[in-house]
Structures are given as C-alpha cells and as structure tokens.
Design a protein around this ligand. Structure first.
Ligand code: ATP
Length: 357
C-alpha cells in the first residue's frame, strides 16, 4: 500500500479541461471515493493514477516515487471495472492467476496456494474450477477484486465496481468490499456517482464538479458541513432559503431571510450584504400544524403541498412563498399534516447552514 499524491495535476484534451490543477493527498491504507455527476472528472482522476492517461501538467506520486509518465504496467496498481472484465474462456483459477503468471517468479504450487488464499479472502472458497458464467454477478465481481489484488498492488482502483449489480446486492457488496480493503489495508480509490455507496465504503469522499475538487472530507463532514451549495445539494436532500448576511456574532452568521432575522453556522468568509443561502436538512426540521414553535427555534410558515410516505417516515413539502419549497422529514409518531393546510416548519439555528451562492 502507498500514499497517492497529486501536485497540481491537470488533464486537458485539446480545449476540453477534464481536470483542473488538482492537489490531493490520499493516505496510506485509506479508502477514498471520488463522487460527482457524469463528466465531472472522476474517471480522469482514476485513469491518471492507473497510468492509462498522462497529465498535461503537474506531478503524480505513488509512495515516494514520481509516476507521472510511467506506463501502467510499471505502476503496480490493481484495477476493477464495472463490467468485471473476467476472461470467459478461463477458469476462475486461471483468471485470478493471470497477473501472477505474467509477472513470473512463482511456481505452480505457490500460485495454487495464492489463488486459494485469495478465494478465502473474497469468501468464495472452492470455486477454482468453475468458469465466470457459472457465477452470479456479485460473485464475479469478487473474483475481479481477487484478481486485482493478487499481486499485492500498491493501490487498488475501483471504477464503478458495483454499477452493474442490483440494489440489494450492491449494498451487501459495499460491506464486502470495505471488509476486504480493511483486511488488506490497501490504499483504495473508487469512482461512483452513488452517494450512499460512497458514504458506506469510504474513509473520505472527494466531491468533484466540472474538473474541480469542491470538497474532501468524511461522510459526516460532507453532509453536516458542506462548504458549497453544490456539495450540499449533491449529497442528500436539502432546502435553500434566500438570505443576505447582515451581521457576525461569534461563530454565527446573522442573515435577513424571508422577512426575518435568522442565524446559521458556516461560511465565515461571506461579507456583510452578500447574498447567501440558508440551507436546511430535512431530518433537522420539525413541522407543526398548530404554529407552536419550540423556544429558541427559527421557523417559517407555509402551505403543505405534498406528503409522501417512504416506509419509515413521511416526507412533507411546504410552500413558503416566493418560490421557496422546504422539504422536511416527519417520524410516523408525529401528528400527520394534510396537503392544503397551513403548517410551520421549525429548526434549531445551529442546524442551519449558511452557504455562499
Ligand atoms: P462519468 O461518470 O460519465 O464516467 P466522469 O466524471 O468520470 O464521468 P470523465 O470521464 O473524467 O468524467 O470526463 C471529464 C471530462 O473530460 C468530460 O467533459 C469528458 O467529456 C472529457 N473527456 C474525457 N475523456 C476524453 C477524451 N479522451 N477526449 C476528449 N474529452 C474527454
């Protein structure tokens, strides 16, 4: 396992900037996921580490070695793709052993032992003689992982590794991938556009937008303390109230928003008079039908426009006027509200996030 370091690494394809100059330090043994919408530069970042493409500018390090221009076969990096890419005409043993045989240095018996060891690791002992078509999609993906780590690579790269699997299987494979990664303590970089997957597997998540790294942090940091409106919007549900900064009060930012003075945390850089958004996560909101606002809470009144039941909770949408819709989650134990009725949404100001527009 190795640390991976980007120093001002950029990638351009003619006029297309796939990756703006990126500084990124991926720790030894860390599981980092690159998350973002299509075209944001995730795959480009992964392919740069693999050596499948070379940077237009900057330096890339694996451990202490600069590898910016090194071909893929000299980097000692393992890769798993969405479509398994197992060789259909080869047995599972031969699939896993493929890289080991190519590299040489191990006799047949040692290769056999290593294959068995790897099959134990991915919880599929005894399938050596089968062919890929005789395994399920999830099992094939485990074999792809076993093959990728067979030669103890410095870094494991996962390109949408669970994208082809159905939701239930994907969830169990997320746990499985994380277990394997921790057992091997292998530095791992994954690409996904599935935020739940990123949150389930990663030590840290890097959110990308148009070739720029917007924020990097743990799942909690990204969710609870997004630095930009883009990040707040991309990860989880959130409602935005228009606001303007009117004062600073210690760690609080005081804003004028929808006819009232309100407070929130975050964006200490926003200057007085600046237009910002006051961002509210649905599970931090309470909806009260009778207008009784808990002491110390901020609130906003409006008309309930929708109530959806999603199994464990109700999702309530409140139209607060001026085109502002606020989405709140209600537990099933709370008194329900009905579409068309007036309601008040309340929150603790400490849960309101101030974000520059
Ligand atoms: P997806 O989730 O769809 O795979 P991504 O976030 O992985 O998207 P990249 O594949 O990294 O995005 O692409 C980033 C940008 O670079 C896109 O605008 C893409 O069109 C462009 N790009 C990628 N590869 C090439 C190429 N070979 N030639 C020209 N432009 C490219």
């Amino acid at each position: 396992m190795s640390r991976v370091r980007f120093e001002g690494v950029a990638k351009e394809y003619g006029p297309v900037v796939a990756l703006q100059p990126l500084d990124l330090d991926i720790r030894e043994g860390e599981f980092l996921t690159l998350l973002g919408p299509s075209g944001c530069g995730k795959t480009t970042t992964l392919r740069l580490i693999a050596g499948l493409i070379t940077p237009t500018r900057g330096r890339l390090y694996l451990g202490d070695d600069e590898v910016s221009l090194l071909p893929p076969e000299k980097r000692n990096v393992g890769m798993v793709f969405q479509d398994y890419a197992l060789f259909p005409h080869m047995t599972i043993r031969d699939n896993i052993a493929f890289g080991l045989v190519e590299r040489g240095g191990l006799d047949k018996a040692a290769i056999g032992r290593r294959v068995s060891e790897l099959l134990e690791l991915v919880s599929l002992p005894g399938v050596e003689a089968r062919y890929p078509s005789q395994l399920s999609g999830g099992q094939q993906q485990r074999i792809a992982v076993a093959r990728a780590v067979a030669f103890a690579p410095k870094v494991l790269l996962l390109d949408e590794p669970l994208g082809a699997l159905d939701l239930k299987l994907r969830e169990s494979m997320q746990v499985e991938l994380r277990r394997i990664q921790q057992e091997l303590s292998i530095t791992t970089v994954a690409v996904t556009h599935d935020q739940t997957e990123a949150m389930n597997m990663s030590d840290r998540i890097a959110i990308m937008n148009h070739g720029v790294l917007e924020q990097i942090g743990t799942a909690d940091e990204i969710y609870d303390r997004p630095k930009t409106r883009y990040v707040a919007d991309f990860v989880g549900q959130i409602s935005f109230l228009p606001a303007r900064v009117s004062a600073r009060d210690g760690e609080w930012t005081v804003v004028e928003s929808m006819g009232r003075t309100r407070r929130g945390r975050g964006d200490a850089t926003a200057t007085l008079g600046r237009d910002v958004a006051l961002a509210l996560r649905p599970e931090r909101l309470r909806v009260v039908a009778d207008g009784t606002v808990p002491a110390g809470n901020d609130s906003l009144s409006g008309t309930v426009t929708g109530v959806r039941f999603i199994g464990s909770r109700h999702i309530v949408t409140v139209d607060a006027g001026d085109g502002v819709l606020v989405v709140a989650e209600m537990s099933r134990n709370e008194p329900p509200c009905d579409p068309g009725t007036r309601a008040t949404v309340c929150w603790n100001p400490a849960d309101a996030i101030v974000l520059a527009q």
